[in-house]
Design a protein around this ligand. Structure first.
Ligand SMILES: *Cc1c(COP(=O)(O)O)cnc(C)c1O
Length: 360
């Protein structure tokens, strides 16, 4: 068996320990005589898996009791529609557009309400986070929407926008559990788990209870009404059982690693190794404004497309996978999520140094 260093933006690297444990339990989960994949979602064994996953997530993120934790399907992209469908009151929402995902979310929301783009960094190909301390947010906006970590461009909100009393909705897909956050500052925190938590197929939504409407528009599909999912504790229909089980194992792994503060320190240390190298390299350059750099997704370029392609190819041959940048931006991107070990980044930097010397 040989594992590569996987820098994929998602689905992405998972802790090896978690994968091994899952392998051990594959044929016989704790004496059940079957795999979690084969188990009824109404069984006591699965109920315990989902309950424990929720409990551990609540503990990790310090989620207050007045927030619901939902394990959903449909990807983060499904929430682009579910959010306006459920939060629509006055029929207007404010979006801060800092990349493709926020842009897509805004476009989807426009089907259901009026979208006011109150800030954007499109003018400089999303290479920074706009100043959001004093935005012109309409009084009657039902919520303010952000994508907190921009997976494609590699920027991150280091400070939340001043929403001027409006509800904040945040897509945290690519920074979920990468550092402590103050849940109470948000109305909804949500993300697909395939970036930093588990296998594709699960979306976690943490929603302040008073924002879950008793009644939604008749045209809203039953499955997309938060109340349906909240009332059934994520078991309205068959949930993504196996995915939830793996997420639960990752929560336990993070707890064992020391929780979110320890995760943050680990992530800062890793990112620093790569950013320090980019700052001194003559060949490789980071593409975003320093103060807005993401700890999770690190895009970089050589400035020469052919050299970029050569680098990606040689890196792959050396065991560093998925370093090609997103198809819309080119260059390279190293996603260094929680489960990427520090050695992965150290060895990548060594490889980059060697490549730079050989191609100077
Ligand atoms: C990957 C990603 C998405 C899309 O996720 P899907 O689960 O594929 O719908 C949305 N937002 C962010 C920030 C992402 O990184």
């Amino acid at each position: 068996m040989s594992r590569v260093y996987n820098f994929s933006a998602g689905p992405a690297v998972l802790p090896e320990e978690v994968l091994k444990e899952a392998a051990e339990e594959m044929l016989d989960y704790k004496g059940c005589g079957m795999s979690v994949m084969e188990m009824s979602h109404r069984s006591a064994a699965f109920q315990q898996i989902i309950d424990e996953a929720e409990k551990d997530l609540r503990e990790l993120m310090n989620i207050p009791d007045n927030y619901k934790v939902l394990f959903l399907q449909g990807g983060a992209s499904q929430q682009f529609a579910a959010i306006p469908m459920n939060l629509k009151k006055n029929g207007k929402a404010a979006y801060i557009v800092t990349g493709q995902w926020a842009k897509k979310a805004a476009a989807e929301a426009e089907k259901y309400l009026d979208v006011d783009v109150v800030a954007s960094s499109a003018d400089k190909t999303f290479s920074y986070i706009p100043d959001c301390s004093d935005l012109d947010i309409p009084e009657d906006a039902d919520y303010v929407y952000i994508c907190e970590n921009n997976t494609i461009y590699g920027t991150k909100f280091k400070e939340l926008p001043n929403t001027k009393g409006h509800i904040l909705v945040s897509d945290v897909s690519s920074c979920f559990l990468s550092e402590p956050i103050d849940v109470e500052k948000y109305g909804i925190i949500y993300g697909g788990v395939q970036k930093n938590i588990g296998p594709a197929g699960v979306v976690i939504a943490i929603i302040r209870e008073d924002l879950i409407p008793e009644q939604v528009d008749e045209s809203v599909p039953t499955m997309l009404a938060y109340k349906t999912q909240a009332d059934a504790n994520s078991l309205y229909n068959t949930p993504p059982c196996y995915g939830i089980y793996i997420c639960g194992k990752v929560f336990k792994w993070i707890k064992k690693m020391g929780g979110l503060q320890a995760m943050k320190e680990h992530n800062e240390k890793k990112a620093k190794i790569l950013y320090d190298f980019l700052d001194k390299s003559e060949m490789f350059k980071g593409t975003v404004v320093k103060k807005d750099r993401s700890l999770m997704n690190v895009p970089f370029v050589t400035g020469d497309e052919e050299l970029d392609a050569k680098f990606v190819k040689e890196a792959k041959a050396a065991g560093f996978e998925n370093l090609k940048g997103h198809r819309t931006v080119g260059g390279m991107r190293a996603s260094i999520y929680n489960a990427m070990p520090i050695e992965g980044v150290e060895k990548l930097v060594e490889f980059m140094e060697k490549f730079e010397k050989e191609n100077a």
